[in-house]
Design a protein around this ligand. Sequence first.
Ligand SMILES: *Cc1c(COP(=O)(O)O)cnc(C)c1O
Length: 361
Amino acid sequence: MGRVYNFSAGPAVLPEEVLKEAAEEMLDYKGSGMSVMEMSHRSKEFAAIIEEAEQDIRDLMQIPDNYKVLFLQGGASQQFAMIPMNLMKNGVADYIITGQWAKKAYQEAQKFGKANAVASSADKTFSYIPDCSDLPIDEDADYVYICENNTIYGTKFKTLPNTKGKTLVADVSSCFLSEPVDVTKYGVIYGGVQKNVGPAGVVIVIIREDLITEDVLPGTPTMLQYKTHADAKSLYNTPPAYGIYICGKVFKWIKKQGGLAAMKERNEKKAKILYDFLDQSKLFKGTVVKEDRSLMNVPFVTGDEELDAKFVAEAKKAGFVNLKGHRTVGGMRASIYNAMPIEGVEKLVAFMKQFEAENLK
Ligand SMILES: *Cc1c(COP(=O)(O)O)cnc(C)c1O
């Protein structure tokens, strides 16, 4: 069997072109006689890799000069602590709880100060985004925190919350580089790259310069201070070098596709194929309110657990893998990130139609 259509939520599908290029360069990166994996992170070859990667993501997202781009480790989950440790100057922050990742960030922040849950969609199993136009934002809040695309539940903020002048911090792990973004609306944008950008092991933090200070919570380890990494241009210690190299290739691939506007157009087209089918299907049904649907993660169910399991198993045999929903919610989920080709979604829908015809009682 060759390559499958991989609908995993993460680590997830990467562009085949990128993988092939990396394979070609595996033994001898540009005449260096070694793999990027074997290379000093202080070498001129790697300096060029990380500098180009930074420039390319700056170009793609039109990141203003007063924002730093940091390539860190520890996954998105480490940011749940790093954010309050670095940003909670008043010891207060407001969290909007739209799923498990936002909830985990909120719980972690409680270790460091007063974290308020100012809105939540837990009442309807996170199947929608709450109205965030007039929230009870704490006067002393150092920031307002959102998880912009909810990987598990398949919802996405279509408009950003009204933070009433407070700094917005967003976890964009599962919608990173999926559409154009106005960076100036945020204080911090961050994401683990293993969803939509690259291999596991890298987290990218885009942070406004005035938020990078020495005034952090007492006891904050050197490695968990943004200033450490900003001052050292992400080379304070050994960075996740190979992962950064692959991210750089993905940035170039996105540029070649036409940038984030082109990505958005493609992602909308792909999502529409799947949602249109779900909306008219008599067997499958989407679980998210229409206006808050994610372009990246599409959860759906048949309403019958046994049938769900049968679908996942038969889909796998047919070459559509990792369609099982998150272990905490069940059902199915198709993650259709940037690197999932349109034909992957078209073929999945054709398979779903066939399954429906065979299994509709
Ligand atoms: C996967 C995910 C995380 C956790 O990422 P790790 O890198 O495993 O820590 C956090 N937030 C969102 C939105 C995610 O999708």
